[in-house]
Write a protein that binds this ligand. Structure first.
Ligand code: SF4
Length: 412
């Protein structure tokens, strides 16, 4: 899959190795996720890390916010290793990172990266002291850090200084622009401080999270012009459902099209009908839709209209999508090479059915209102057979044909 020259070249950045996964330096854009379990609950946390990883998260962040959670991190790592998972784990620290990493060296060793929020690492002289402690531990253990600036927890002293300076200007900037500047300053000064503490350029990833898509774009454009550290991008507090998905996707698509961004996270609030893995699927769909990476076969289906005879094509499209998603791990295990590039189409009538079928590897075109009652299957653009039977039989047979296609075209 190619973006056919739509995008600008990726910005050059330093590579940062997080266990077995390299961020930046032109490597594939990495998908990250974060658990929402209590880290003190080892069983629930291990289960969710594995779920997120199996869904496609390549780096998983966990909260480390108490002595007990820090104590449990080595146990989490051991449980993952016992189960055969080599998953890069990031510790998310706020306020007490310097204490927890210092007092629980086994936790520091078990983690692969430390996320530091410069806005809540300490105040005044304590800020540098605490930041320095974390950097020293990272340096001694050869671990990378992420300097994770967040609009909701910006350094208050920095914001006050910049707001006061702005108020004295003849033509002051908007408060939002002052916040932009504060986020960039906080990130750049923290990078410089980390380098002074002895970390190398290959140990620092940076992010500036905001809940405003436009601010996210402005800040990362500026940041990418000022630093070669790899950038972690994503809207924070995006919300849930289609709001969260659209608001996350819009700024990311713009930034990624400009070659900005080396790793992404989609911060969705799970709904009663979705779980944590949704954010990983959305991240995959963003990257795949932009031609940046391939993760899973594409299922194309039409929206339906007045020609649609019934809801059958919607049901089949949904079942095929579910089938594909749940069978990716199995196809990976069977080492089917290139199966992620498979294109499946499920169309509601003959208007676009045969046309879309020409671009799909395997397509099902259902009969529209007042059309011949036949369900045509196209393989590589050529009509091969017509399926008959009840909806369940048609779905089952179409899925069998998809399996046949994968087996015969992607076996190594
Ligand atoms: S393919 Fe047919 S049923 Fe589907 S939206 Fe187009 S015209 Fe309507």
């Amino acid at each position: 899959m190619s973006n056919c020259g739509v995008f600008k070249t990726r910005k050059k950045t330093y590579p940062v190795l997080v266990r077995n996964c390299t961020i930046g330096d032109g490597n594939p854009i990495v998908i990250q996720s974060m658990t929402n379990t209590n880290t003190e609950d080892v069983e629930a946390t291990v289960k969710q890390i594995i779920e997120l990883y199996s869904a496609g998260a390549e780096i998983v962040r966990i909260t480390v916010n108490s002595p007990l959670s820090a104590k449990k991190v080595p146990e989490i790592r051991a449980r993952l290793e016992d189960a055969g998972y080599d998953i890069p784990l990031v510790g998310d620290f706020h306020y007490t990172g310097h204490i927890l990493l210092r007092n629980y060296p086994e936790c520091a060793k078990a983690l692969d990266k430390y996320r530091i929020n410069p806005g809540n690492v300490g105040k005044g002289a304590k800020k540098s002291e605490h930041f320095s402690i974390i950097c020293k531990i990272a340096k001694d253990l050869g671990k990378p850090i992420r300097i994770g600036v967040n609009i909701g927890s910006l350094d208050e002293e920095l914001v006050k200084t910049k707001m006061d300076e702005n108020a004295r200007l003849h033509e002051p900037y908007s408060p939002e622009e002052v916040y932009d500047e504060c986020m960039v300053i906080s990130a750049i000064e923290s990078i410089e401080e980390a380098l002074k503490e002895g970390l190398s350029h290959n140990q620092i990833v940076v992010s500036c999270k905001s809940s405003s898509p436009l601010q996210l774009i402005r800040v990362h454009r500026k940041l990418s012009s000022l630093t070669m550290q790899p950038l972690h991008i994503g809207l924070t507090e995006a919300g849930s459902g289609y709001r969260g998905i659209v608001w996350s996707t819009t700024p990311l698509a713009i930034l990624l099209s400009e070659g900005i961004g080396d790793t992404i996270r989609i911060s969705l609030t799970p709904t009663s009908s979705s779980d944590r893995r949704e954010e990983v699927y959305v991240a995959q769909e963003i990257l795949q839709s932009l031609g940046l990476r391939s993760f899973s076969p594409q299922v194309i289906s039409c929206p339906g209209c007045g020609r649609t005879a019934n809801l059958l094509f919607q049901e089949i499209a949904e079942k095929v999508q579910d089938y594909v998603r749940t069978h990716i791990p199995e196809w990976k295990l069977k080492k089917y090479r290139g199966f992620e590039n498979l294109k499946i189409a499920v169309m509601g009538c003959i208007v676009n059915g045969p046309g879309e079928a020409r671009f799909a590897n395997i397509a099902l075109s259902l009969p529209g209102r007042e059309e011949q009652p036949q369900c045509s299957v196209f393989i590589n653009g050529v009509k091969k057979i017509s399926l008959t039977g009840n909806p369940e039989e048609i779905t089952t047979r179409f899925i069998e044909l998809i399996e046949d296609y994968i087996r015969t075209h992607y076996s190594t």
